[in-house]
Design a protein around this ligand. Structure first.
Ligand code: SF4
Length: 469
């Protein structure tokens, strides 16, 4: 249902409003990719990048609702902008992303100064929706929508690494998660469209692509076609094989994986395909089977461990990262300790940690055995200390090794340094100018001798460039 209400914009001539824009993005890589596409659309409409959100003519907040604190953040920003709008009616105020989808019309009641409230599925339709705002309407676009391929070139934050969406939405029912409700059902892009986008990126000098999906292992589930062997014609494994030979791209990554659907076929493809980097992001969420059942994750701790063992058989040095939630409703201290045990046993390179946060419309939010805030804080602190210790143990293996690092940009803390990541996704810093008159630059594949290790980053001495095929 798309609602339109006549708003304070009616008397403004459309052309006067194409000034500067500012986008603030909250949340995950999917939101970052959506913001890059919306920035591309705004620039195609004639808007120019603004210097900050306090002076821009159009301000867009691309929001996240994965946890309560993420959601609350946007309201403080909107309060300030509403004040600006009352003083400057020509300002255009847009809320996009998951809070927009979750709240819809009620956001207009809460912030009447808003011009446009648009869910993630409508990111590609920003021009159409703004054109309606320019006629004086307040627009809410949160209806289920088939995401069309967009032709507008995204305005990407990096000139070296790019996000490429391969599947939108999620059909899972994890009892704590708001994503299916705010991002809708799975919609896979066609492999040809994905390859075309990657060829375009390579032609523009991008060196690395990360294929994105909330549950990327579900890629192709909604696309027609069954192979002679009776399996789906389109899977993530097939996609990796179909896009691997795009010339000019040095690296391919993908996220986010789901242990329920992770296959040996995928592991073998990652081991066989040289451009696919040795890093797997596979959220496990809990180290206890009873908690995993309550979360409706659809796998056991044993299955998860088998996946990691299989990866390490084929790719012994692969980096494993994950997401975990502690203090889920009813989680006992013993069950929590199973989570700590799993982290210790697996030896993760990185774990994104969070305490359970009840989300509107999710089953677990209404369960009686919610844990007190003090328990959440205590478990999170102990967990973060363990994650850092284990990450430091994992980082130690790099000391004295030569690592291929893709230079992504200047170290914001030291302008004489470049920063980038190893194939195993470890952030690495090195001197930009080796003093031979050929300083390194973003986009270079650099051979770096690792001399310093920290829990989550490395430093080293550049030894030379590597060719890009
Ligand atoms: S797989 Fe589960 S946690 Fe991940 S986006 Fe889907 S519902 Fe949420």
């Amino acid at each position: 249902m798309t609602a339109t209400v006549s708003g304070p914009q009616a008397d403004q001539a459309p052309s006067a409003r194409r000034g500067s824009y500012w986008i603030t993005t909250f949340g995950c890589q999917m939101n970052k990719a959506d913001s890059e596409r919306m920035a591309g659309i705004l620039e195609a409409m004639g808007y120019t990048p603004g210097v900050d959100e306090h002076t821009a003519d159009l301000v867009l907040y691309n929001t996240c609702t994965i946890r309560d604190n993420a959601e609350q953040k946007v309201y403080s920003y909107l309060g300030r902008q509403a004040q600006r709008k009352r003083a400057n009616p020509g300002l255009t105020l847009v809320v996009a992303g998951c809070v927009a989808q979750q709240e819809g019309e009620s956001l207009l009641r809460r912030v009447p100064e808003l011009d446009l409230v648009m869910g993630p599925q409508h990111a590609n339709r920003l021009e159409t929706l703004l054109t309606r705002v320019e006629t004086g309407q307040q627009v809410v676009a949160t209806d289920e929508h088939h995401i069309l391929e967009d032709i507008t070139a995204a305005r990407r934050d990096s000139a070296v690494c790019a996000w490429v969406n391969v599947i939108y939405g999620c059909n899972e029912h994890c009892t704590y998660c708001v994503v299916p409700a705010v991002r809708g059902r799975e919609q896979s892009r066609l492999p040809e469209a994905i390859r075309l986008e990657m060829e375009g990126l390579a032609a523009r000098g991008f060196r690395e692509v990360t294929l994105l999906g909330q549950n990327i292992d579900a890629y192709g589930r909604d696309l027609p076609g069954i192979t002679a062997e009776g399996r789906r014609a389109h899977t993530l494994t097939d996609l990796l094989r179909e896009v691997h030979d795009v010339r000019g791209l040095a690296r391919i990554r993908f996220a986010t994986s789901h242990p329920r659907y992770f296959t040996d076929r995928l592991i073998d493809a990652c081991a066989d395909l040289p451009k696919v980097c040795e890093h797997f992001h596979i959220p496990f969420q809990s180290g206890d089977d009873a908690v995993l059942r309550a979360m409706a994750r659809g796998y056991t701790v044993e299955r998860y461990r088998r996946i990691i063992d299989r990866i390490r058989q084929r790719l012994p040095d692969a980096a494993i990262s994950a997401d975990v939630i502690v203090a889920f409703p009813g989680e006992t201290d013993a069950q929590y300790r199973h989570t700590l045990d799993l982290i210790e046993a697996i030896g993760f390179d990185q774990v994104n940690t969070a305490a359970y946060s009840p989300r509107p419309g999710t089953p677990a939010a209404d369960w009686p055995d919610q844990l007190p805030e003090a328990v959440k804080v205590e478990r999170l602190q102990e967990l973060n200390a363990l994650v850092e210790r284990v990450a430091a143990e994992r980082s130690a293996r790099y000391l004295g090794r030569r690592e291929q690092v893709l230079a992504e940009g200047v170290n914001p803390r030291d302008p004489d340094q470049l920063m980038g990541r190893t194939r195993t996704n470890r952030l690495t810093f090195f001197a930009a100018d080796p003093g031979d008159g050929r300083p390194y630059a973003p986009g270079d594949l650099v051979d770096v001798l690792i001399e310093t290790v920290r829990p989550f980053s490395l430093s080293g001495r550049p030894l030379g460039r590597q060719p890009v095929h």
